[in-house]
Structure formats: structure tokens, C-alpha cells
Design a protein around this ligand. Structure first.
Ligand SMILES: Cc1ncc(C[n+]2csc(CCOP(=O)(O)OP(=O)(O)O)c2C)c(N)n1
Ligand code: SF4
Ligand SMILES: [Mg+2]
Length: 286
């Protein structure tokens, strides 16, 4: 793990697309105060990614990438789904796990890193969709919380299995109709943020990605607390504009409307987490 992960072999520099050279030349790695305010001057995600145009997952990933405190010493574990489509377009250490297994794989990686580098800070972040986190992978997600693994879990909740064409998931609200849920969901949405608190997470947040600064604050808190105290969980509403029939410029509007209702900002901070957060604020890192 080193800065070399985003460095291009000199012999290829003249043939690489400008976007990829930009990733290397304008990266903010190594600056502990990096954040979303740097985004106008650099980028962390190649524009020509394979998600739908205007997909809020792409914006969410961009804000997260800009906010991670130590990208050169961070491993992101992801799972199959639309979320995973962006990983070939970023310059970071990522591991693609079997669908649903992401928190088990991340637990192993975190333990090995602690064993191999006892004197270094190494952060492990899980980033997966609602199907992977709340349905098929729920066992692995919750067990990692129960075991108090020091990892951050981020769920991109678009309330549907988007990548496979629109099946309902545990995160789909009651009554919602999708292409492959024509009668409407018959059960309530799983309140994953509450399950995370009940299962021992030390810091939990639920929000949309309408405000980049708020995403930055939440991600930094979640990573710092996981590093020192225990599991943390961030639940982000990233609507699938395709499956709910919106145009590519309507994702932000959709998130802003949900800021006032189902995804109103909610934060749980345990006493141990509060101590870390206050210290990081005093250090100017939050
Ligand atoms: C072990 C396994 N089971 C099922 C699948 C099929 N599969 C691929 S993507 C996907 C849906 C992902 O949904 P979600 O996690 O909500 O992510 P989204 O695509 O909505 O971002 C499924 C079920 C798979 N690839 N591997
Ligand atoms: S199908 Fe939905 S979640 Fe997937 S890339 Fe398109 S808009 Fe985004
Ligand atoms: Mg989904």
C-alpha cells in the first residue's frame, strides 16, 4: 500500500488519456485536511464511468473519495451491483468480494493489516448496495458489528436491486412498485441504521448525498471512530433514477425532497465515539 497505486509508469505517460494523468497530477493524497472543497481543483473518479448519466451513486462515491482521511492507507471492499461499476475508474486499493460477503472479507483484511503493520494506521471501508448489505449479506454485516470489527460500513441505499433490473429489496419501502415487484412491496423497509445501533455500532449516520459537506463530515467521523473504537455505519440514500423514472438531472431534486422526510439527517454518537470526534475537531481534522 503506497502512493504508487495511482502513479503511472513513466513510459506510458505520453499515451495515457488526460483524465487518467489528471488523477495522478491533481490528487490530494497525503493532505490530512483534504475534503470536498478540493473537488473543483482535482478529481478522484474518471468522468467516463459506466454508471447511468446522473446516477447519484457516482456523486456519492466522488464525495467519499475526496473525504477519506488516508486514501493511500485505505482498502475499500465492495460487492457486486451498480456500486461496483465505479471501482475500475478510481485509483485506490479496492477488493471486489463475493456478493453479500463484503463485511466478512473486510474483517479478515482489517485483522491481517493490524497483524502485518502493527505500528501503522490502515483503514478498511466496506461500500456496497442495499441488496448486498441489508438482504443477502445481512448476516455478514451484523456479525461484523457483533464482533466489534474496526471497520466502516457504507450502504448505498437506492431501495432496489438496480443492477439486476429492479427487484424489491429489504430496503424498499412498503407499497413501492418496481418492474420486478409489480404488486408492490408487502413489508416495511428494514430500518438498517437502527439495527446497526442495536448491534453495537459506535457511530451511525443516515442521510442523502445532497450536501457534499455533510457527507464529508460523516465519512471522516465514521473512519476516525472505526479506527480507534469499533464498527461504524453510514446509510446513504442514492436513488436509482433509472428505476424510479427520473431524468439524469433530477437525482439531486429527489434527494433534497427526501432530506425533509424519510432520509432526514440522523446521527447516533456513542460516548466513546464522542471522545474521538471532539479530539479530531480540536486537531482541526473535522
Ligand atoms: C452471489 C451472488 N448472488 C447474486 C448475484 C446477482 N446480483 C448481482 S448485482 C445484484 C443486485 C445488487 O443490488 P444492490 O446491492 O442493491 O446494489 P445496486 O445494484 O442496487 O447498486 C445481484 C442480486 C451475484 N452477482 N452474486
Ligand atoms: S441502474 Fe440506477 S443505480 Fe444503477 S447506475 Fe443506473 S441509475 Fe445508478
Ligand atoms: Mg440497491
Amino acid at each position: 500500500m503506497s502512493f504508487k497505486v495511482f502513479q503511472i509508469n513513466e513510459e506510458f505517460l505520453d499515451v495515457m488519456p488526460k483524465e487518467i494523468v489528471d488523477l495522478q497530477e491533481n490528487a490530494t493524497w497525503g493532505n490530512p485536511k483534504r475534503g470536498v472543497m478540493d473537488l473543483p481543483f482535482h478529481k478522484e473518479l474518471i468522468e467516463e464511468h459506466s454508471l447511468c448519466a446522473g446516477c447519484p451513486e457516482a456523486a456519492a462515491l466522488r464525495y467519499i473519495m475526496a473525504s477519506i482521511p488516508n486514501p493511500e492507507d485505505t482498502v475499500i471492499v465492495n460487492s457486486t451491483g451498480c456500486t461496483s461499476l465505479v471501482f475500475p475508474h478510481i485509483a485506490m486499493h479496492t477488493v471486489h468480494s463475493l456478493f453479500g460477503n463484503q463485511n466478512a472479507v473486510a474483517s479478515g483484511i482489517k485483522r491481517v493489516l493490524e497483524y502485518r503493520y502493527p505500528d501503522k494506521v490502515k483503514d478498511v471501508i466496506v461500500l456496497a448496495g442495499d441488496g448486498a448489505t441489508i438482504d443477502i449479506g445481512l448476516d455478514c454485516t451484523l456479525q461484523s458489528f457483533f464482533r466489534q470489527e474496526k471497520i466502516t460500513t457504507i450502504c448505498f441505499d437506492n431501495e432496489v436491486y438496480a443492477n439486476t433490473g429492479g427487484q424489491e429489496s429489504g430496503a424498499t419501502p412498503k407499497g413501492h412498485v418496481f418492474k420486478m415487484a409489480p404488486k408492490g412491496k408487502q413489508f416495511e423497509k428494514v430500518p438498517m441504521w437502527q439495527l446497526a445501533i442495536d448491534s453495537g455500532c459506535k457511530y451511525v449516520a443516515r442521510l442523502t448525498v445532497s450536501s457534499p459537506k455533510r457527507v464529508e463530515s460523516v465519512i471522516k467521523k465514521a473512519v476516525y471512530v472505526a479506527r480507534e473504537v469499533g464498527p461504524t455505519y453510514v446509510h446513504l440514500y442514492t436513488p436509482c433514477i433509472l428505476e424510479i423514472g427520473l431524468n439524469s438531472d433530477q437525482g439531486l431534486e429527489e434527494m433534497r425532497s427526501k432530506d425533509k422526510e424519510r432520509f432526514a439527517f440522523f446521527e447516533y454518537i456513542s460516548p466513546e465515539a464522542e471522545e474521538v470526534i471532539n479530539r479530531k475537531k480540536a486537531e482541526g481534522l473535522l
